[in-house]
Design a protein around this ligand. Structure first.
Ligand code: NAD
Length: 261
């Protein structure tokens, strides 16, 4: 176990990629605070399973990533409960698919808040403790859409590109403190986020469900396979290891060759 003395927050980890990351960090011995929405039962089941399966401390924060004060309180609570916060994974995210002329301004604001501003607030709150201890790992889940665009996803593509800029900036500010700051950029991963955008993509492009999966989603991915949440989680675990100490300011693709095209 490589992360036995570490403690982590993974935002947006009640589902999908974030839950896989939280479980993978716990498997390496890290205490984890999970975060996100869902039914009380489902969240408690996910939290309790992490504690039981990996014999670590597992906590839950209900912080809403659109609310700066709740984000900063979540970081304080993790530091108080665990003693230190060594790993921050900014992973919460939502998607909305609509042509820009019709794109609701309040959804633009929400996507930018959850994807970009939440990472700013969490990083700002987590860094002082990491700097004192001279060790830290910050990983943000960006996307292939942090490197290339697709139509009808203006807010998501813009916010993910911004997240890469934030990552590079903080990597430079922390480079001599034993802290690394990176993004992982998955292609399509089969999670509720992808499943939920199928009806809107069917409407926006006038396609059937099968056409959206084969001709829109997997069309972008040369391997013709979805990435799995566990594959993304393994990359995050690697970035949190001591072997990855010289990887900082990077945006690592895990996209079946999508952005090689
Ligand atoms: P998901 O819908 O399964 O999980 C999203 C998580 O974010 C959930 O836990 C949800 O409760 C949480 N969340 C949403 N709004 C929140 C808020 N306001 N405050 C706190 N938590 C909130 O989606 P996923 O596919 O696992 O996505 C996780 C991340 O991966 C996102 O940043 C997404 O953009 C990114 N990503 C996903 C894919 C993909 O194909 N699924 C590809 C590239 C990047």
């Amino acid at each position: 176990m490589t992360l036995k003395t570490r403690s982590a927050i993974v935002t947006g980890s009640t589902s999908g990629i974030g839950l896989a990351i939280a479980r993978a960090l716990a498997q390496q011995g890290a205490n984890v605070m999970i975060n996100g929405f869902g039914t009380a039962d489902a969240i408690e089941n996910a939290r309790a399973a992490i504690a039981k399966d990996f014999a670590v401390k597992a906590l839950y924060s209900p912080a809403d990533m659109t609310k700066p004060q709740e984000i900063r309180r979540m970081v304080r609570e993790a530091e108080e409960a665990f003693g230190t916060l060594d790993i921050l994974v900014n992973n919460a995210g939502i998607q909305h698919v609509e042509p820009i002329e019709k794109f609701p301004p309040e959804i633009w604001d929400k996507i930018v808040a959850i994807t970009l501003s939440a990472a700013f607030h969490a990083i700002a709150a987590a860094l002082p403790g990491m700097k004192v201890r001279k060790w830290g790992r910050i990983v943000s889940t960006a996307s292939a859409h942090s490197m290339v665009a697709s139509p009808f996803k203006s807010a998501y593509v813009s916010a993910k590109h911004g997240l890469v800029g934030l990552t590079k900036t903080v990597a430079l500010e922390t480079a001599t403190f034993g802290i690394t700051v990176n993004c992982v950029s998955p292609g399509y991963v089969w999670t509720p986020l992808v499943e939920r955008q199928i009806p809107d993509t069917m409407k926006a492009r006038n396609l059937t469900r099968e056409q959206v999966i084969d001709d829109v989603l997997l069309a972008a991915q040369p391997t013709k396979q979805f990435v799995t949440p566990e594959q993304v989680a393994a990359l995050v675990v690697y970035l949190c290891s001591d072997e990855a100490a010289q990887i900082t300011g990077a945006n690592l693709s895990i996209d079946g060759g999508w952005t090689a095209q």
